[in-house]
Design a protein around this ligand. Structure first.
Ligand code: ZN
Ligand code: ZN
Length: 293
């Protein structure tokens, strides 16, 4: 069994960017109701707010001020804080892995701008944090959200110690010229059109690549707008996410001693998030509570 943390704060549910992050509160509730927290190896942590200086590691003062004047400041702080704290605990060895439930997206956030329910680089900010506080240097990010992670790609485009594997093709979305820049550490691949083909694509492109890269830690941005009742590819059922979790967790086991942070902003309806999230935690913690797959 693994020591697994679940990071969440009520503000992330109550103040979520609701049209995108529609299943946040119910996703967390699904974990609570599942009884997973009664297992000694699964611990709930109330996410802390990020500090402004932690955000300034990647974002400009002008952009920070702009978000500060918006209604998305608080929810952004608690979303980022959850990822930073989870990263600290995993790198210290207090936890093996963690799920962070955020109220906003992050992968469309650049240093001085953002779009699509994103304000700051929620997951990206963990990288300078980990480098500053720990000896960690190399990171892999796997992003299975429908859309291209233009913000993460832009921020880390010249950083060869960041492997970025983004699934975003064949969705019919127009991306700005140059935003899909790829090289030896930056990749974009196609989404599947069903649970089976999505799982095939991730199995083909992720495990070997991450193992060869040898990161200190793996992040999975588990976008759920790929769900059939959401607004993205609309290709997957809720059953796909726990299966993707198994592949990603297995990859982390083999590539970086299991050090894995899963970040989701629950951008699928409540019935999907309340199904998928407890099963993802079940997988991370190596419990065996579900026999319905
Ligand atoms: Zn998306
Ligand atoms: Zn992409």
């Amino acid at each position: 069994m693994k020591k697994t943390g679940v990071f969440y704060h009520d503000i992330c549910g109550k103040e979520a960017y609701s049209s995108l992050a529609m299943g946040v509160a119910d996703g967390f509730l699904g974990i609570e109701k599942s009884g997973l927290f009664y297992n000694p190896n699964v611990t709930f942590f109330k996410s802390r707010p990020a500090l402004e200086q932690e955000i300034a590691r990647l974002h400009t003062p002008q952009w920070i001020d702009e978000v500060k004047r918006s209604q998305w400041w608080q929810v952004s702080l608690y979303s980022i804080g959850g990822v930073l704290e989870a990263t600290e605990k995993v790198l210290k060895g207090e936890l093996d892995n963690a799920l962070v439930i955020a109220g906003v997206g992050g992968h469309h956030a650049h240093r001085d701008s953002a779009w699509g329910g994103c304000y700051f680089s929620v997951t990206g900010l963990a990288i300078p944090h980990a480098r500053e506080l720990f000896k960690a240097k190399r990171f892999a990010i796997v992003d299975t959200d429908t859309h291209h992670a233009d913000g993460v790609r832009d921020i880390f485009k010249d950083d060869d110690d960041v492997l970025h594997i983004c699934f975003c093709h064949d969705y019919g979305w127009e991306y700005e010229n140059g935003s899909l820049t790829s090289n030896d550490t930056k990749f974009c691949f196609s989404h599947g059109s069903s649970d089976e083909t999505e799982i095939e694509n991730v199995l083909r492109e992720v495990p070997e690549r991450v193992k060869r890269f040898k990161p200190d830690m793996l992040f999975w941005i588990c976008g759920m707008d790929t769900h059939q009742d959401s607004y993205g590819t609309r290709a997957l059922t809720e059953k796909a996410y726990p299966k993707l979790a198994e592949i990603i967790k297995d990859t982390a086991e083999q590539a970086c001693d299991g050090k894995l942070i899963v970040k989701t902003c629950c951008n699928a309806p409540p019935h999907a998030t309340s199904y998928a999230l407890p099963r993802i935690v079940n997988c991370l913690a190596e419990l065996n509570l579900y026999h319905d797959e």
